[in-house]
Design a protein around this ligand. Structure first.
Ligand code: HEC
Length: 137
């Protein structure tokens, strides 16, 4: 029979985030072109007024592309960036855009950031296992 310590250790391991080696990165083609196009339309309607049509920011809001944006999020799971825009954007009414649509907006952010598209759509439940990397590993 396993000791209590062994059971506890196994439980703690199961709670730990996936080791770095098992995580995908945003450089692995994690969204589709079509999804990013849907996201682009949503972005123009709900986000561009503050963040700019080209995501470069304005007095009203920071850029969502470029060096500083990438540095802010680099090394973090994409799920954290998603959570940020899911829970607080647009600021007056975050519920205005559904979580599902916000995944498409996130795909648009990746596309504008020059990250490659791939064969499968980005899915919300995959976000925690994909790491944002500012530069190609
Ligand atoms: C009314 C203006 C406004 C609109 C519309 C808006 N934002 Fe923002 N956004 C801001 C401001 C201001 C900040 C910085 C202060 C803050 O975090 O609240 C911000 C911050 C962010 C950040 C964090 C950036 C970083 O690197 O820390 C993300 C991501 C973001 N917005 C995404 C979006 C998305 C996606 C949409 C559309 C669904 C959106 N925003 C709509 C004003 C806006």
């Amino acid at each position: 029979m396993p000791t209590r310590a062994a059971v506890l250790a196994a439980w703690l391991v199961s709670l730990a985030p996936a080791p770095a080696g098992q995580m995908r990165s945003v450089w692995d083609g994690v969204y589709t072109v079509e999804q990013a196009q849907r996201g682009a339309a949503l972005y123009q309607t709900h986000c561009a007024s503050c963040h700019g049509v080209a995501l470069t920011g304005a007095e009203a809001a920071p850029a969502l592309t470029g060096f500083e944006f990438r540095s802010n999020w680099s090394g973090l799971p994409l799920g954290e960036l998603f959570e940020r825009l899911r829970s607080s954007m647009p600021p007056e009414d975050p519920g205005q855009v559904s979580a599902r649509d916000k995944v498409d907006v996130l795909a648009h952010l990746l596309a504008v950031g020059g990250l490659p598209a791939g064969p499968a759509e980005l899915a919300r439940d995959a976000l925690a296992g994909i790491r944002f990397e500012a530069t190609k590993p």
